[in-house]
Write a protein that binds this ligand. Structure first.
Ligand code: PEP
Ligand code: MN
Length: 353
C-alpha cells in the first residue's frame, strides 16, 4: 500500500499516520520524495485502517498495491521525474547526451575529449577511473589520479562528470569528483551499496545487471529511493544472451517497458549494449525512437589503441555524425537533443528543481 500526502499537507497529518500505524504495529517506511511525504506499507493492512486513512485530511491518495517497487512505479507518480545535474535537466524533453572514453587514460586523452565534447555542444562527459575488468590482468584504471583528471577537464570545459563508483569502499573517494554516480552492471544487486548511495544527494545512474530482469532492476532502484535519494536514472546496457557476434543483446523493448512501469528517467548505453562500433549509431537511434531520455556513448580519439573497450568506442567524426542523425530521430518524436552551441551564456540554462 502507498499512502501519498498532498504537497500542502500539515505536519500533523504525517504524525497522525505514524501514530495510527505504530499503535497497530504495522511496519511502514516514511519518505520525503519529490517534495511530498509518502508512506509505504506492506500488504495485508486491515480495512478499518484503510478507512481511517481515507478519511484523514491532507491525504492525496491511498493506493492499494502489493508491487515490490512502489516508489519507482507509476503508482507513486504519473508524470515523469526530472531533476538537475549541475545546470542540466535530466529526464526532460531534451535527450541527454553523455560521451567519453571507457577509461580515463591520460591528461592528454581526457582533456582532448572534453574539448571535443564542448565544441560539439555535449554537456556530460563519462569516463571510468576504477574499472570493473573481467580479467585482473587488464588495465584497471588510473584510480584517484583518473578522478582528478576527469574533474579538471570537466571544470575547464564546463561539463558534468559521470563516473562509476566501483564499490562501497570507494564512495568517499569518488563522491567529490563526480556529478552523477554510476553503478555498474556488476553491482546492480549489491544492495548494501545501493542503500549507501540512497543516502547521498547526487544522482545515481543505475545500469542494468547483465542478467537482471526488469522487475529486479526496478527493485534495485527502489533500494536507492527507499533511502531518500530521488535522483535515480535507469540505464539499459544490454543483457547476456546466446549470440556471440555481439557483446550483449541490447534490450530495446525494456526502454518503453520501463517508461510504462516507472516515472524515472531511462538512459541507454549502446556501446556496452552491442560491443561493436558499427552497431552503436543504429542502436542509439533505435533507443531514442523507443523513448530513451538519454544516451551514454563511448568515444576515443584512437579507439584501436584504447586501454579498454576500443572495439565499441566511436571515433570523433563518427560521434559528430551520430549527433546529427539523432537530431532527426528526436524531432520525429517531438523531442530535442540536449546539446548547445559552445558559446551560449551558461546562466540562461540554470536548472531549477
Ligand atoms: C562502463 O560504463 O564503462 C561499464 C563498465 O559499464 P557496465 O557496468 O554497463 O559494464
Ligand atoms: Mn566500457
Amino acid at each position: 500500500m502507498i499512502v501519498k500526502l498532498k504537497q500542502e499537507a500539515a505536519p500533523e497529518t504525517t504524525e497522525g499516520i505514524k501514530l495510527l500505524l505504530e499503535e497497530r504495529n504495522i511496519p511502514y517506511r516514511m519518505h520525503r520524495l519529490y517534495q511530498k511525504d509518502v508512506f509505504t506499507v506492506m500488504p495485508g493492512v486491515e480495512d478499518a485502517v484503510i478507512d481511517i486513512l481515507h478519511n484523514m485530511s491532507g491525504i492525496d491518495e491511498v493506493v492499494m498495491t502489493d508491487i515490490e517497487y512502489p516508489l519507482a512505479s507509476r503508482f507513486y507518480k504519473d508524470g515523469n521525474t526530472t531533476f538537475c545535474a549541475g545546470d542540466n535537466v535530466v529526464g526532460g524533453n531534451a535527450i541527454n547526451i553523455v560521451a567519453g572514453p571507457c577509461s580515463i587514460e591520460s591528461e592528454e586523452q581526457i582533456f582532448g575529449i572534453a574539448e571535443f565534447l564542448k565544441n560539439s555542444g555535449v554537456k556530460f562527459i563519462r569516463g571510468g577511473a576504477f574499472k570493473p575488468r573481467t580479467s585482473p590482468y587488464r588495465f584497471q584504471g588510473l584510480g584517484l589520479e583518473g578522478l582528478k583528471l576527469i574533474r579538471a577537464a570537466a571544470d575547464q570545459f564546463d561539463l558534468i562528470v559521470v563516473t562509476e563508483v566501483l564499490d562501497s569502499s570507494l564512495i568517499e573517494q569518488t563522491y567529490p569528483y563526480a556529478d552523477i554516480l554510476q553503478v555498474g552492471s556488476r553491482n546492480m544487486q549489491n544492495f548494501h551499496f545501493l542503500k549507501q548511495l540512497g543516502k547521498l544527494d547526487k544522482p545515481v545512474l543505475l545500469k542494468r545487471g547483465m542478467s537482471a530482469r526488469v522487475e529486479e532492476w526496478l527493485m534495485a532502484a527502489e533500494y536507492i529511493l527507499n533511502e531518500g535519494n530521488e535522483k535515480v536514472i535507469l540505464c539499459e546496457r544490454g543483457i547476456r544472451s546466446f549470440d556471440n557476434l555481439v557483446r550483449n543483446t541490447m534490450d530495446i523493448a525494456s526502454i518503453p517497458l520501463l517508461k510504462n512501469l516507472s516515472h524515472l528517467p531511462v538512459w541507454a548505453d549502446p556501446s556496452h549494449g552491442t560491443g561493436r562500433r558499427d552497431l552503436v549509431t543504429p542502436v542509439s537511434m533505435a533507443a531514442v525512437a523507443a523513448g530513451a531520455d538519454g544516451l551514454i556513448i563511448e568515444i576515443h580519439p584512437d579507439p584501436d589503441n584504447a586501454l579498454s573497450d576500443g572495439a565499441q568506442s566511436l571515433k570523433f567524426e563518427q560521434f559528430s555524425a551520430l549527433l546529427l542523425q539523432l537530431k532527426n530521430v528526436a524531432s520525429a518524436i517531438n523531442r530535442g537533443i540536449d546539446t548547445q552551441a559552445p558559446k551560449q551564456n551558461k546562466n540562461l540554462n540554470l536548472c531549477v528543481e
